[in-house]
Ligand binder design. Structure first.
Ligand SMILES: N[C@@H](CCC(=O)N[C@@H](CS)C(=O)NCC(=O)O)C(=O)O
Length: 213
């Protein structure tokens, strides 16, 4: 049987992982379409017709033909359609959205870009790398304080804010930063990893196109 959702992405992509993780945690099987960025597939007319920004991830909802883009926006859609992780009240939904804007603003760039540099995909001069290290440290420290005395970023249960932020925090080690100085954040990471359905990128994103199991 064809799955309701098709995730278009690449296994190395943090934003693609966030969406795959949200679907996995929601218990929603999905078909997976490997987009070959090296070959420029994300700039092909067929792909641009799905995502005008020419980026992964993209999520197709085959029940209505919608193609969704921008990982945080996709998480809101998944929460809306599955009824999971969206937040219990309007206040929680607003707070979740605020966290998702915050993480892209303050943590995603320094972590993802430094990780890209470590893996040899990106090149930055030393001053830029130092700036990213300072930004990552400030944002991780902020997150650690925000998690003091609470289990989840918003309300009393995990939301797409946690999934979205986890989708960046997961790569902190690969970027060469350390979570050890942040006990609240480290405990939250353990809670995320204990959620039913949780998987690492390698569990969730295959290196090739694959139908839902
Ligand atoms: N803000 C976007 C960022 C997506 C993004 O940066 N995707 C990268 C792969 S991780 C990509 O497609 N890069 C190719 C490009 O931008 O041309 C999101 O959250 O979905």
């Amino acid at each position: 049987m064809t799955a309701r959702f098709t995730l278009h992405g690449i296994y190395l992509s943090g934003p693609t992982y966030k969406v795959g993780l949200a679907l996995a945690l929601a218990g929603e099987p999905f078909d997976y379409d490997h987009v070959n960025l090296r070959a420029g597939q994300h700039k092909s007319p067929e792909f641009l017709a799905k995502n005008r920004f020419g980026q992964v991830p993209c999520l197709t909802d085959t029940s209505n033909g919608r193609n969704l883009c921008q990982s945080a926006s996709i998480l809101e859609y998944v929460a809306d359609k599955t009824g999971k992780f969206g937040g219990a009240t309007l206040e929680e939904r607003i707070a979740a959205r605020e966290w998702m804007f915050w993480v892209w603003d303050k943590l995603a760039a320094p972590v993802y870009r430094t990780r890209g540099a470590k893996a040899g995909f990106r090149t930055f001069d030393e001053a830029t790398l130092q700036m990213y290290a300072a930004e990552a440290t400030a944002a991780l420290s902020f997150l650690d304080k925000a998690l003091a005395g609470r289990d989840w970023l918003v309300g009393e249960a995990p939301t797409i804010a946690d999934i979205d932020v986890y989708g960046v925090v997961h790569y902190v080690g690969e970027a060469g930063f350390d979570l050890a100085p942040y006990p609240n954040l480290t405990a939250w990471v353990a809670r995320m990893r204990a959620l039913p359905g949780f998987g690492d990128p390698a569990d969730i994103l295959p290196p090739e196109t694959r139908a839902a199991a």
